[in-house]
Design a protein around this ligand. Sequence first.
Ligand SMILES: NC(=O)c1ccc[n+]([C@@H]2O[C@H](COP(=O)([O-])OP(=O)(O)OC[C@H]3O[C@@H](n4cnc5c(N)ncnc54)[C@H](O)[C@@H]3O)[C@@H](O)[C@H]2O)c1
Length: 319
Amino acid sequence: MNKVLIAQKTSPEVLAIMEPHAELVTIKEGDATDLQEKIADCQAILLGTWLPFSPEIMDAAPMLRVISRTGVGVDNVDVAAATARGIYVLNTPGINALTVAEHALAMIISLAKHIVYLDQQVRSNHFRSRRLYLPTDLDGKTLGIVGFGAIGRLLAEKCKAAFNMPSLVHDPFVSELPDWAKPAGSIEEVFENSDFVSLHLPLTNQTRKMVSSRLLSLMKPTAFLVNTSRGEVIDEDALYEFLDDKKIAGAGLDVFEHEPPSPNNRLLSLPNIILTPHTGALTRECSLRVAKCAAQGIADFFLGNTPEFVYNRDLIKTK
Ligand SMILES: NC(=O)c1ccc[n+]([C@@H]2O[C@H](COP(=O)([O-])OP(=O)(O)OC[C@H]3O[C@@H](n4cnc5c(N)ncnc54)[C@H](O)[C@@H]3O)[C@@H](O)[C@H]2O)c1
């Protein structure tokens, strides 16, 4: 009988998709020792973000054929090592896009309207601060999008529909844009001309610390930065300096260089930043959608079909 290791908390609906094809072995999310023991005779694993899935773990799992990641980013899996061992890495692209785009939009609105700051003012009996630090309108403001994939495109559509915001787009791998979005000649052009810059690109060797002092220095002092992609895409020390010196208006971060961020992380002390704990995709509806998609990939593999979303497609080509 095939075995699947369930390495994250999930619902009976999700388990029901895999149950006809395999014995399901559950571990407590976060228990790396238990995982290392129980994965030894498993063919598949349903995996979230908590575990860096290293070559050492793969070596402890000689029967493993499928790593199914509940999400788009597979940066906690050593994909090259998995491919070398003939292990499929599955992900769920596009399934959580709507939810993350809504989260980025929520950050844009909260930043523009000073929602978190004003909430604190009312609670601390500073009602008169309503005239001290005025919010901004969104109507007609330029949205800079870096990474025009599933999430970036949806956010741009929502901002256009709700606030008549034109988009300025940098994505070296996308050639066709809708007529209301303008391609930027360079990433610099996006940082220089946008009122909001929202990041929606993957973490790769090319994009790590891409948002540096050099790019931040191009932003308008009234502009905001939003990151729901991966924390390491931003140089956090540089961002701290720019926010602290009020060289940019503010930032909204759902993701951090180290998660959870250290209590000593200086960004946590700033008033002009709003923070969420990597919850961009964590609505009730989205968690279920994503887990069902990841489970379906495992079921398809056991049925002998090619799963819909194979991240390491090179593996299929070599089979
Ligand atoms: N906060 C969360 O909970 C959450 C949830 C889902 C995804 N994410 C992150 O958001 C990212 C985007 O997700 P998506 O579903 O839109 O992915 P996607 O693959 O559909 O889109 C990513 C886009 O980035 C572009 N890109 C790649 N390198 C680039 C570069 N150097 N400069 C500019 N653009 C570049 C690609 O061409 C692609 O169009 C994911 O990689 C993931 O890390 C975060």
